[in-house]
Design a protein around this ligand. Structure first.
Ligand SMILES: O=C[C@H](O)[C@H](O)[C@H](O)COP(=O)(O)O
Length: 223
């Protein structure tokens, strides 16, 4: 499986004593399980700041000492998945609703590594952009996003009635902007809307390396 190849490669890069930012999603789950095997076999001591309850629980199960950005203001490395990546290393993230804390741990890290399979690489980003919004700001945020050329849809939960609520107690809007020619500019414009906490555009300035899983191994894109 392609994503397993990228996740395993990232797990090989972790060194004893590192403090890492831990992204979220199914590729990160494979990464954590692989890292867990190394922690056990090589008796490594790894500290991690998880970006969701999902990765928090997986980190604990795999022997990572969970910590936070109060204890450490800088992280050695951050490993995370993505929903789409262009050839310049701009990414869209947040299908799992974890984008707010993911962007915080990415910014806190000295190096950010994204792990994906080859189907996620595109010429120009065009995936819907998740936007985490304070519920009180919902209607105004939809209107302001329209002014930026986006059609916003409230993400609904498939397990309960109504809105999908993030780990931080907020709504997620999934926004169709069509082709995104200026990811960095759009990222900033969305974040200027009152009540928006963060959005899923992770521009190239945040990303150092993308490990793309292929059928036979990996291909590495560097910034
Ligand atoms: O909120 C979710 C995250 O941004 C994930 O990292 C992203 O959706 C990729 O997830 P997966 O590895 O499951 O495709």
């Amino acid at each position: 499986m392609e994503k397993a190849n990228s996740a395993k490669e990232a797990a090989r890069l972790i060194e004893d004593g590192m403090v890492i930012g831990i992204g979220s999603g199914s590729t990160v789950e494979i990464f954590l399980n692989e890292l867990g095997k190394r922690i056990k076999e090589e008796e490594l001591e790894i500290w991690g700041v998880p970006s969701s309850y999902q990765s928090h629980m997986l980190a604990v199960e795999n022997g990572i000492t969970v910590t936070d950005l109060i204890q450490f203001e800088e992280l050695d490395l951050c490993v995370d998945g993505a929903d789409q990546v262009d050839e310049n290393l701009n990414c869209i993230k947040g299908k799992g609703g974890a984008l707010l804390r993911e962007k915080i741990v990415a910014q806190a890290a000295e190096e950010v590594i994204i792990i994906v399979d080859s189907r996620k690489i595109v010429d120009v980003l065009d995936e819907r952009v998740p936007v985490e919004v304070f519920p009180f700001a919902y209607g105004n945020a939809v209107k302001e996003i329209k002014k930026l050329g986006g059609e916003a849809v409230l993400r609904e939960s498939d397990r309960k009635l109504g809105a999908c609520i993030t780990d931080n107690g907020n709504f997620i809007l999934d926004v169709d902007f069509g082709r995104i020619e200026d990811p960095e500019g759009l990222e900033c414009r969305i974040n200027c809307i009152a009540g928006v906490f963060e959005n899923g555009i992770f521009p190239r300035r945040l990303i150092d390396r993308v490990i793309v899983g292929t059928k036979d191994g990996v291909r590495v894109l560097r910034n």
